[in-house]
Design a protein around this ligand. Structure first.
Ligand SMILES: C[S@@+](CC[C@H](N)C(=O)[O-])C[C@H]1O[C@@H](n2cnc3c(N)ncnc32)[C@H](O)[C@@H]1O
Length: 244
């Protein structure tokens, strides 16, 4: 009886709601090539460690980055399927979940399970159930194919150790009119107080995304520190991974 009570208490505790259980089912047999150090002339930044997660929810983030303006600029609609790729502890995931509403879905993918555990705790506290946390690998965010309306990467893309593979999988995951949105700290702007490796220039983003079969559809230039660049699939281009 005592054991049953303990099991029930445990299953009801925040973060253990099966509606937002983490999908941990990665293919452990898939070979992951060595991490790249450079990509198209850019040095790739180290992954932000999960112990740094409090920085993502710091009190000054709204003032410094105007996160509300960023999310407004996305034009999220109720019922959409979106993905917060490199979601960290879920700072943006929760707001995306509110905006797509109960008929929508937010896939939240990250390569650090500790980040996903924090996200699940935060989602449970906010009573949000339309989030699908998924453990990704450095070469695969494990998203459904041709199904996602919008993939959001905030302060993430410059950390991808295998950008080609990640962009190829994102390309496959997007619906025909799906959008990939990158928010990257402005590499051209010395006033943005972020380490250079964690910044990108517009020219570099355009070159890398263009090579991966994406076309720039729109830019939003009013954020205090970041570029916000929206890409669609460039059907005229050789797709990612196509033969030369
Ligand atoms: C600087 S944090 C940003 C977190 C979140 N997007 C935010 O703005 O609050 C970068 C996150 O990207 C994740 N990341 C790095 N490479 C990744 C990959 N290949 N796939 C998924 N997540 C990745 C890291 O684990 C980390 O949680």
């Amino acid at each position: 009886m005592l054991l049953l009570a303990a099991a029930l208490a445990c299953s009801r505790s925040p973060g253990r709601d099966p509606a937002i259980a983490i999908d941990l089912d990665i293919d452990t047999t898939a070979a992951i090539p060595p991490a790249k150090t450079h990509h198209m002339g850019r040095e790739i930044a180290q992954t932000m460690h999960f112990t740094g997660a409090p920085w993502l929810v710091r009190e000054s983030r709204q003032r410094e980055e105007d996160c509300r303006m960023l999310i407004e600029a996305l034009g999220i609609k109720r019922g959409q399927t979106v993905c917060d790729l490199g979601c960290g502890n879920g700072f943006y995931t929760l707001e995306l979940a509110r905006r797509v509403g109960p008929t929508g879905t937010v896939w939240a993918s990250d390569i650090q399970v500790e980040m996903l555990r924090m996200l699940v705790e935060n989602a449970a506290e906010a009573r949000l159930k339309n989030i699908r946390p998924v453990l990704g690998t450095p070469i695969d965010p494990r998203l459904p194919k041709a199904a996602v309306d919008l993939v959001l990467c905030v302060d993430v893309y410059h950390e991808f150790s295998h950008p080609d593979a990640m962009l190829a999988r994102v390309h496959e995951s997007l619906a025909d009119d799906g959008v990939l949105v990158l928010a990257e700290f402005r590499g051209e702007d010395p006033a943005v107080p972020i380490k250079p490796l964690h910044k990108m220039t517009k020219a570099q983003v355009r070159a890398e995304l263009g090579a991966a079969g994406f076309r720039l559809a729109r830019e939003f230039d009013r954020l205090p520190w970041q570029h916000l660049m929206m890409f669609v699939k460039d059907e005229g281009a050789a797709g990612p991974g196509s033969p030369p």
